[in-house]
Design a protein around this ligand. Structure first.
Ligand SMILES: Nc1ncnc2c1ncn2[C@@H]1O[C@H](COP(=O)(O)OP(=O)(O)OP(=O)(O)O)[C@@H](O)[C@H]1O
Ligand SMILES: [Mg+2]
Length: 261
């Protein structure tokens, strides 16, 4: 009995730490001439609770990929705070960021980003090699089995379909058991049937406890997630349960306010 209480207590305190917490998050791209500086992220404040699923929507150039890169520790903010699972990561150096990426974050890109001269299982095993984890091959094979590709493990990316390659990329993203799974248009290069399969897979992973954040232009994809953040010009226009936020976004887009540039 007391063990059960202790376990619940532990879980509760863990759950109280948000996966992501940002304050005043700003990214300025400087292109030589200071007049040409782009404020891609302009003082964002938000939290993402553990286990939540969040769509990021907004017109082209509004800062969605920049935000995802900063959240994924692929890039550092110019100013502001970023706490990932309670740890301040905004000012870490490259090596420390790489360690955080290896252990906490899975990233899925529109273009898969698989290494062409490696088989599916070698691609999936790579993050474990970087992380210095032993038994990588077995874990990579079981990650491939989870995405339904156990029998394709030794094929090369050019021998697999787009949807299969994206599933390999998802296996690679989940093999380190990340707490935060980020996708930048993960279904953008896929036909609608394949896109639905990939989305089912991502939402299954989310149901098992991974925090999921997807940038998407596809409103049907965004609707599958619980929450939506609508961005414009590096700022948040609206943030809340996905249904109402996406309805407002579509209405604004139809009115031209958020039509792609
Ligand atoms: N490396 C860079 N150097 C300079 N400016 C950049 C760089 N990357 C992005 N930008 C600029 O920052 C702004 C935000 O870009 P970002 O790629 O985040 O937009 P996005 O919302 O992902 O757009 P899309 O929907 O087209 O992918 C844009 O004005 C873009 O031109
Ligand atoms: Mg983008």
């Amino acid at each position: 009995m007391s063990e059960a209480v202790a376990a619940v207590g532990e879980g509760a305190s863990d759950a109280a730490v948000p996966t992501v917490e940002v304050e005043g998050l700003t990214k300025v791209y400087q292109a030589g001439d200071p007049d040409l500086a782009v404020r891609a992220l302009d003082g964002l404040d938000f939290r993402i609770e553990r286990g939540d699923s969040v769509a990021i929507v907004g017109p082209s150039g509004c800062g969605k990929s920049t935000l995802l890169h900063v959240l994924g520790c692929l890039d550092r903010p110019t100013s502001g705070r970023y706490r990932l699972e309670g740890q301040d990561v905004a000012n870490l150096d490259e090596d420390a960021l790489a360690r955080i990426r290896n252990h906490h974050i899975g990233f899925v890109f529109q273009s898969f980003n698989l290494l062409p001269r490696m088989s599916a299982v070698e691609n999936v095993e790579l993050p474990l090699l970087y992380a210095g984890v032993s038994g990588g091959r077995e874990r990579a094979l079981s990650a491939l089995a989870r995405v339904g590709l156990a029998d394709q493990a030794h094929r090369w990316p050019n021998e697999l379909s787009g949807g299969q390659n994206q599933r390999v990329a998802i296996a690679r993203a989940l093999v380190t058991r990340p707490s935060l799974l980020l996708g930048d248009e993960p279904t953008g290069a896929l036909d609608s049937g394949t896109s639905a399969d990939v989305l089912d897979l991502l939402t299954t992973l989310h149901d098992e406890g991974t925090t999921l954040v997807l940038v998407t232009h596809d409103i049907a994809v965004a609707r599958r997630l619980r929450r939506a953040i609508w961005m414009r010009d590096g700022r948040i226009v609206d943030d809340g349960p996905s249904g109402p936020v996406l309805d407002a976004f579509i209405e604004a887009t139809a009115g031209g306010a958020d039509a792609p540039a």
